[in-house]
Design a protein around this ligand. Structure first.
Ligand SMILES: [Zn+2]
Length: 357
């Protein structure tokens, strides 16, 4: 999650979206849409969803957010190590890159960045769809973080965004297992690990300006940025089975309905839309990578646990992650992606991105 810039707060005061309507007030279109019947039973699909485990997430995260990767500062050696690590995992899973051969990196030249940031790379992996391979479902998470402080303390970024990064690996594993069993996704899935998020959403902007697959064929972006922790508002056992969803109803009513339905069916999380309010002063909708897709009118969902005391501190470490909850949140992303990738018709876009930074 990119640090909050005060100026957004001022802009927010002047940008109250009077014409905005939530889909909950739009009952008519909700009634018409229901989750399509995928040729797989609930129990079979659950088998793949449950392959996303707290144990595997934990194993990945202790490496990925360990001191070895030096806080994954964009363009620096620790970030390069993290990129190599992700490539190695996809190769292990037998998931190819859309760039072909052994090239999992979309290089971003130094000239693209401002403020002395060195060249960096997005990491991409890809499962080709069986029936509509040209239509792409993007799952994204940024893998960079903010590096090391002056005294050499590592910002581990376990939640931000180690949690999203390792969740993508587990979701990828679930999809590839299904594919091996002959029930691979109908549409293609792109696992997009973007760089430079903390410096200003560079990697996702670069991807959307230089897409590997045409943006007009990009059906959605489900973006995960911080899903391993519990914020202050949700502390206490009755409250903590939650995730914040941001943006789900802004560009596609259908996306919002699918998200709600798969959650009711499989994960039963409390979906908190507090930060989806258009006049929310935190402006989270604009502060992570999904926004670079939304601004091209591609429907998005941003999955988020809210901020906490360790946000952008050296104390955002893997021992503080709630792994069971994180697994459930990652499973929600998987089931939502599954439905979007396998439904008969492409997701309907019935909203227009009208706001901006
Ligand atoms: Zn951050």
């Amino acid at each position: 999650m990119k640090n909050f810039l005060l100026i957004f707060g001022f802009i927010a005061v002047y940008s109250c979206g009077g014409s905005y309507k939530t889909s909950s007030s739009d009952k008519k279109s909700e009634d018409k849409i229901s989750v399509s019947k995928v040729k797989i039973s609930k129990s079979d699909l659950t088998k793949y969803g449950k392959s996303i485990t707290s144990k595997e997430l934990k194993d990945y995260l202790y490496v990925f957010a360990g001191d070895d990767f030096e806080g994954r500062d964009t363009g620096e050696p620790g970030q390069k190590k993290a990129a190599e690590y992700l490539k190695k995992q996809y190769k292990k899973l037998g998931i190819p890159s859309p760039l072909g051969d052994d090239n999992y990196f979309q290089e971003i030249p130094e000239s693209y960045f401002r403020g002395g940031i060195k060249a960096s790379e997005n990491v991409l992996a890809y499962i080709k769809g069986t029936e509509k391979p040209e239509e792409i479902v993007v799952l994204s998470a940024h893998y960079d973080h903010v590096g090391v402080d002056a005294k050499g303390n590592v910002y581990n970024g376990a939640d931000d965004d180690g949690s999203g990064t390792v969740s993508l690996l587990e979701i990828a594993e679930a999809f590839v297992k299904a594919k091996k069993d002959g029930v691979g996704p109908k549409r293609s899935i792109l696992f997009l690990h973007v760089t430079g998020e903390e410096k200003g959403l560079y990697g996702s902007r670069f991807y959307t300006e230089n897409p590997i697959f045409p943006l007009e064929n990009t059906v959605t972006d489900l973006n995960i940025d911080m899903i391993g922790r519990i914020d202050e508002k949700h502390e206490g056992e009755e409250m903590n089975n939650y995730v914040y969803l941001i943006g789900s109803d802004r560009l596609s009513t259908e996306l919002h309905v699918i998200s709600e339905e798969v959650n009711a069916k499989y994960t039963k999380l409390d979906l908190d839309y507090t930060y989806n309010a258009k006049n929310d002063p935190n402006r989270f909708y604009f502060r992570s990578d999904h926004y670079n897709f939304a601004k091209h009118n591609i429907p998005i969902i941003f999955y988020f646990n809210g901020v906490h005391e360790d946000y952008h501190q050296v104390t955002d470490t893997p021992d503080k992650i709630e792994y069971d909850l994180m697994a459930k949140r990652a499973q929600l992303v998987f089931y939502t992606a599954w439905e979007i990738a396998n439904k008969e018709d492409r997701l309907i876009v019935d909203g227009v991105e009208e706001d901006g930074e």
